[in-house]
Design a protein around this ligand. Structure first.
Ligand code: GRF
Length: 202
């Protein structure tokens, strides 16, 4: 049986690309991206979806009077596309309760820092400014909090004395493109079990 994936995006979509590539090369098996949903009309991620012949939708938040109605529309698109798994890939919105309730432990996000440090926006800059010697990225399930859900995989990246924040971010991104597909593969193969806030690798 094939897993239908929805990828939610807002920007350039390099993590979306890594998932597409891993499916196309057969590294991730028994999965297809059924739809890419963006809350930003000119997100390059939408273009990437088009290039690969993937169904893509722009849903404009200002078209809805509140977050609940906006997410109702997202839920309809997810249902219409028989989506089993949601991947957030640079999606710049907090996922609301209705979406989380409908897809409990089936929404995954990637964050460019070692959680629980440096939650929220500009995580690489936060880590850089704090002066940590090691940062990295975290793939985790999404719960009601911001960047608080059960952790699936983390990857460390050293912060070098010579680094600029952009160099650090680029080195973290390189790892993001490896660990996100790895986590998706584990999920699809049924090798992840969530026990409270602990993710057990079966
Ligand atoms: C990545 O750094 C990801 O960790 C964060 O947003 C960025 C998205 O980049 N959540 P891209 O759109 O996947 O290139």
């Amino acid at each position: 049986m094939s897993t239908n994936i929805a990828v939610l995006v807002s920007g350039r979509g390099s993590n979306l690309q890594s998932i597409i590539d891993n499916i196309e090369t057969g590294h991730i098996k028994n999965a297809r991206i059924s739809v890419v949903i963006s809350d930003v009309g000119n997100a390059y991620a939408l273009k990437r979806a088009q290039i690969h012949g993937i169904n893509n939708v722009f849903i404009d938040p200002p078209d809805f009077s509140n977050k609940q109605d906006y997410e109702k529309k997202i839920l309809k698109v997810l249902k219409d596309n028989d989506v089993d798994l949601i991947l957030l890939a640079g999606y710049m919105r907090i996922v609301g309760k209705s979406l989380i309730a409908a897809y409990r432990n089936r929404i995954i996000n990637i964050h460019p820092a070692l959680l629980p440090s440096f939650k929220g926006l500009h995580a690489q800059q936060q880590a850089f400014d704090y002066g940590v010697k090691v940062s990295g990225c975290t793939v985790h399930f999404v719960d009601e909090g911001m960047d608080t859900g059960p952790i699936i995989i983390q990857k460390c990246v050293p912060v070098l004395d010579t680094d600029t924040v952009d160099e650090l971010a680029a080195r973290i991104l390189e790892q993001e493109h490896k660990v996100y597909p790895q986590a998706v593969k584990l999920f699809i193969e049924g090798k992840l079990k969530v026990e409270g806030r602990i993710v057990v690798h079966l």
